[in-house]
Write a protein that binds this ligand. Structure first.
Ligand SMILES: Cc1cc2nc3c(=O)[nH]c(=O)nc-3n(C[C@H](O)[C@H](O)[C@H](O)COP(=O)(O)OP(=O)(O)OC[C@H]3O[C@@H](n4cnc5c(N)ncnc54)[C@H](O)[C@@H]3O)c2cc1C
Length: 701
């Protein structure tokens, strides 16, 4: 019987022991209660596991019949037989693009649950962990310790890391976001310094789909910003996305420019638009004592800038009321404990948002009730204090205010041009460029100076039923002017559209069902199969999705979003992405799948769902992937590819630098791509120089 014949057999859940595999996930989970609690992960792994102890690659060991691991693993018989009967016995390889929590948890579940699956993670940065490294606040090291869990995943011999490899995004979607416009001059030319990081190795979705038979998982997070839609938003350098600011203080190599644009010594008032935990992180970092921050892994340059900071007042502003704010109690309480910082809430603003619907909303959960209590006590303290204490920094939480206009101080720049009249005499000629006179401006390199003075906010009221209240303009259209020399927009991250990948342009996510990207009939067939086991309502959903994806209506919004050169429909799948073999299925996980909200812990359930879909599909596959797709794809690219060995080298170096710092720090981050890529060579040269010195010293003796 051939493999296809076997596929037709009814599924018989006979369990047989396989001595070659890892412990089943269930056993593993039972033994490791930390499996689902990423904030308190297992102890640091034995790093020697990273190296194959026998000095052979997993494939070589497999060929020699050396058992990979000794634990007994139970698996249903059908997947094993299907693959065993196939003509190719090479392993099934899955590519995961993105090495944040979603990518790493997906890798973990795939590796844990199927001893034959191999995983390659491809990451555009030279180092892994996404927002765990570049988002999570430096003064929250307990959250960052999830990296130890991920390093353990990487120690699996069936795992490989390929850093400095970027999956192609749509051209109009600069991955660094809208703030990049600020690094362009009036002619649109880039002002990014010449020594800007070398480009990562660029790969396309079709290359991955052609070579990774086990599937391609998109775990690229959300690397762009939502906008306020205000005039001057893009041309004032004092208006930044919170994402840029967070990336800057966390040492992201692409965001060093923030330090050139913002001089914190000239900033007294900051307005942060948005009331989530990212806004609270920014407020805390801007006001926390520098001696405390000096003990974290905050970027060195950010620490220097914060030492000079004159920030006194930070206002964290929301359109709606206290009951609708999305920050959590732990984060707000942390603000109230900052040394030398007061937190204020105005009593009338709190009260105006607490209509009957808001009271019900707050009371509907224990968390909601507790945070309301905290906000009431802050309000009480604010009134007792009778205003902001001059000696303290203050964080004001403001409600029912909607951004209306950025207030700009626009100075026509006047220059004095010395005109020699006669020997020893000259006339100072004052030139003021005319409105719109670009010729004059260019000739003398003149620009109109724009500086941010503040932001005017329209007062709002709540409207709508409980759980769905919206902010609408107040009757009198009152406006409140908040002074600001820096505005941070913390109104949400959004995902970047990847070339050749379906995209929901309204929600900024990749459309999927249980993690399977809805890209063509194959995904839909799978969906149908799953849903046929469920009730009719779900089947109806599948039909709707079919309609949306253009089976009948090819001009729907969803179909419009699929680029013309993307493989579409069954034909493309059969043809294969490069006119060759079959194209692998696409999956999605993390913020690119769910949208940009939720914690690292949310990635756990999310990754389990996507991994389950992949494993179910793999169990029906015959044959494996080619031996080493990533190396083959990357062979033609010019830039260095970072493997896990290099990642470990950077990690050890950063940690060692941190230990040597005074005061000691968890690590001193490398924040320059060239430095990261060049570290291996730099360390080798250093070692050689030391050896040479030692040798010449001994000859002299
Ligand atoms: C400022 C901030 C603070 C946070 N603090 C906390 C916290 O304290 N606790 C908590 O639990 N959660 C926190 N979160 C939420 C948490 O970080 C996210 O839930 C989680 O990181 C989402 O995981 P992800 O893998 O989907 O995305 P990410 O972590 O963003 O990972 C995406 C990865 O994909 C890579 N990538 C992107 N595009 C490409 C491409 N084209 N090619 C190759 N690679 C690509 C990126 O470089 C990145 O490494 C915070 C989030 C933010 C923004």
């Amino acid at each position: 019987m051939d493999a296809a014949g076997l596929r037709c057999l009814p599924f018989v859940p006979i369990l047989i022991p396989i001595t070659r595999g890892e412990a089943s996930a269930t056993n593993y989970e039972r033994k490791n209660p930390t499996f689902d609690t990423p904030f308190y992960p297992e102890k640091a792994h034995n790093s020697s596991l990273l190296q194959n102890p026998a000095g052979k690659s997993p494939e070589e060991r497999r060929n020699l019949g050396v058992p990979m691991l000794q634990k007994v693993h139970f698996r249903p018989v059908r997947p094993l037989l299907t693959r065993a009967m196939s003509s190719q016995l090479s392993p099934v390889r899955v590519a995961i693009v993105g090495s944040g929590p979603a990518g790493f948890y997906t890798a973990k579940y795939l590796l844990d649950k199927d001893a034959d699956v191999h995983v390659d993670i491809l990451e555009k940065m030279p180092v892994p962990y996404g927002l765990v490294r570049y988002g999570v606040a430096p003064d929250h090291p307990e959250v960052k310790s999830v990296q130890e869990t991920f390093a353990k995943v990487a120690s699996n011999p069936r795992f490989r890391f390929f850093g400095n490899v970027e999956l192609e995004a749509e051209e109009d979607e600069a991955t660094s976001g809208s703030d990049w416009t600020k690094s362009r001059d009036d002619n649109g030319d880039s002002q990014v310094p010449e020594d800007n990081p070398p480009k990562a190795n660029l790969i396309t979705i079709n290359e991955l789909k052609a070579h990774y038979k086990g599937g391609v998982v998109l775990a690229c997070g959300a690397e762009n910003d939502r906008k306020l839609g205000l005039k001057h938003e893009d041309d004032l350098q004092e208006v930044l996305s919170a994402r840029s600011f967070v990336n800057w203080y966390n040492g992201h190599p692409d965001f060093k420019w923030v330090g050139d644009k913002i001089d914190l010594s000239a900033v007294k008032d900051v307005v942060i638009i948005g009331q989530g935990n990212v806004a609270i992180d920014c407020a805390r970092i801007l006001t926390k004592s520098v001696s405390d921050l000096a003990q974290t892994d905050l970027a060195d340059y950010a620490l220097e800038a914060l030492k000079k900071s004159n920030v006194k007042r930070v206002q964290v502003v929301g359109r709606r009321g206290a009951a609708q704010a999305s920050f959590t109690i732990k984060e707000v309480r942390e603000l109230t404990r900052l040394e030398g910082v007061t937190v204020s809430i105005e009593a009338n603003e709190l009260a105006r948002g607490m209509n009957a619907a808001s009271e019900e909303e707050a009371a509907s959960s224990r968390g909601g009730a507790r945070i309301m209590e905290l906000m009431k006590s802050i309000t009480q303290e604010t009134s007792e204090r009778g205003g902001v204490h001059a000696a303290e920094k203050d964080i004001a939480i403001r409600f029912l205010l909607q951004p209306d206009a950025l207030l700009v101080d626009e100075q026509p720049l006047q220059v004095k041009i010395p005109v020699p009249l006669a020997i020893g005499k000259k006339l100072d000629l004052e030139v003021t460029p005319l409105e719109g006179s670009s010729v004059g401006a260019k000739a003398f390199e003149l620009k109109r100076e724009k500086t941010l003075k503040g932001i005017s906010m329209a007062r709002t009221v709540l409207s709508g039923e409980k759980g769905r209240q919206r902010a609408v303009a107040s009757e009198g259209k009152e406006v409140d002017v908040l002074p600001a020399q820096l505005v941070l927009k913390s109104v949400g991250y959004k995902s970047v559209r990847l070339k050749g990948v379906p995209f929901d342009a309204n929600r900024h996510v990749v459309p999927h069902l249980k993690g399977r990207v809805l890209e063509d009939d194959v995904a839909l067939e799978k969906v149908d199969e799953d849903l046929s086991k469920k009730d009719g309502g779900m089947r109806q959903l599948s039909q709707t999705l079919r309609g949306l994806l253009g089976e009948e209506a090819s001009n729907t919004a969803a179909r419009e979003d699929i680029p013309a050169d993307a493989p579409a429909g069954k034909g493309a799948t059969e043809r294969g992405p490069e006119g060759g073999g079959e194209s692998a299925p696409l999956y999605v996980v993390g913020w690119l799948k769910r949208g940009p909200s939720g914690t690292i812990a949310s990635s756990v359930t999310d990754a389990k769902e996507t991994a389950a879909s992949i494993l179910a599909d793999i169990s029906e596959m015959d044959g494996g992937s080619e031996a080493d797709p990533a190396t083959r794809i990357l062979a033609l690219r010019g830039s260095t590819v970072m493997d896990w060995q290099r990642v470990k080298q950077i990690d050890s170096y950063e940690v060692a630098m941190g230990k040597r710092s005074s005061p000691p720090r968890p690590r001193v981050k490398l924040s320059d791509i060239a430095e990261m890529i060049g570290l291996k060579r730099a360390l080798r040269e250093q070692a050689q120089a030391r050896k040479g010195k030692a040798a010449s010293a001994s000859t002299t003796e």
